[in-house]
Design a protein around this ligand. Sequence first.
Ligand SMILES: NC(=O)c1ccc[n+]([C@@H]2O[C@H](COP(=O)([O-])OP(=O)(O)OC[C@H]3O[C@@H](n4cnc5c(N)ncnc54)[C@H](OP(=O)(O)O)[C@@H]3O)[C@@H](O)[C@H]2O)c1
Length: 312
Amino acid sequence: MTDHNTVSDHSTATQHSTATDRSTVPGHDTALPPGRDTVLVTGAAGTTGSRLVPRLLALGHPVRAAGRRAPELPGTRPVVFDWHDPATHDDALRGATRLYLVPPTAAPDPAAVMLPFLALARTAGVRRVVLLSSSALPAGGPGVGQVHAALPDLFDEWVVLRPSWFMQNFTGSHPHAEAVRAHGTLMTATGTGRVGFIDADDIAAVAAHTLTSTPLTGHDLVLTGPEALSYDDIAATLTTVTGRLVRHHPVTRAQLRDRLATDLPTEFATLLADLDHAIADGTEDHVTDTVERLTGRPPRSFRAYAEDWWRG
Ligand SMILES: NC(=O)c1ccc[n+]([C@@H]2O[C@H](COP(=O)([O-])OP(=O)(O)OC[C@H]3O[C@@H](n4cnc5c(N)ncnc54)[C@H](OP(=O)(O)O)[C@@H]3O)[C@@H](O)[C@H]2O)c1
């Protein structure tokens, strides 16, 4: 199997390479195209960020592509940015008026890291913020839910994207994908609960819309694919598409937590196991029309996603 972790409209990315570089050269910030706000994309090399960047470039927005290793993405200005290193924050924000925020990975208290950065961003001239959260984390809830709750007091223009679980979990470098490749198994604490799995490309399409639309569309957007599926359904589809047997292996919440805690901080492993277990209670058994309403096209089904990925 190969990972289908590519952007669908990558070819457009190279068409806008010159305007972006000038935004980070001292004294050239005023040379940006009028009306085209510069967007700082955190997690730019990640699952959603890498799909968002070419969309923003195609819309004519200069992009500062942020990551700990300053990701080299065509048409963008790579910038070093580490959530845990405030010394990188001023420079990353230079010239940016819009922000796409991917929270720090595996941070038990992301608000402690993100809120000081957001205060700095406001002072630096950022006017619009789009935060990637999760359908399972409401405003004021644990983790990124705390950042969500703070946004209205910081920015007039803010949107929180709350996607359901990603289809890419089964095809990329996520532990589920690795377990499918290695053993043909999907271990979860979800029982027969169903999830509105979503393609990260559809998340990126909504992110691009919310970062660039005038006026701003929505504040709290729950994003799903077109149907709610159980992990048994996912295993069956992967079996059909790949011709290799894939099985769902249900475990208890405690078993999952202990398994995850071998690689992750205990607090974060517990949060992930709890989120998984909540699916068994039906918390993710729904779909929304947000993707189609904002992008004008329906979200991709898991079957279509898996077939495209398998074809490479
Ligand atoms: N997977 C799902 O099913 C699912 C569902 C709902 C919500 N979510 C949420 O989606 C988010 C992940 O988004 P994603 O999938 O687009 O990203 P991702 O593929 O997990 O990549 C994370 C990105 O963040 C960067 N990064 C990691 N640590 C960093 C740090 N300390 N400072 C700055 N950048 C850092 C990484 O780049 P560098 O290594 O270059 O720094 C990478 O580009 C998580 O918050 C998760 O809760 C996931």
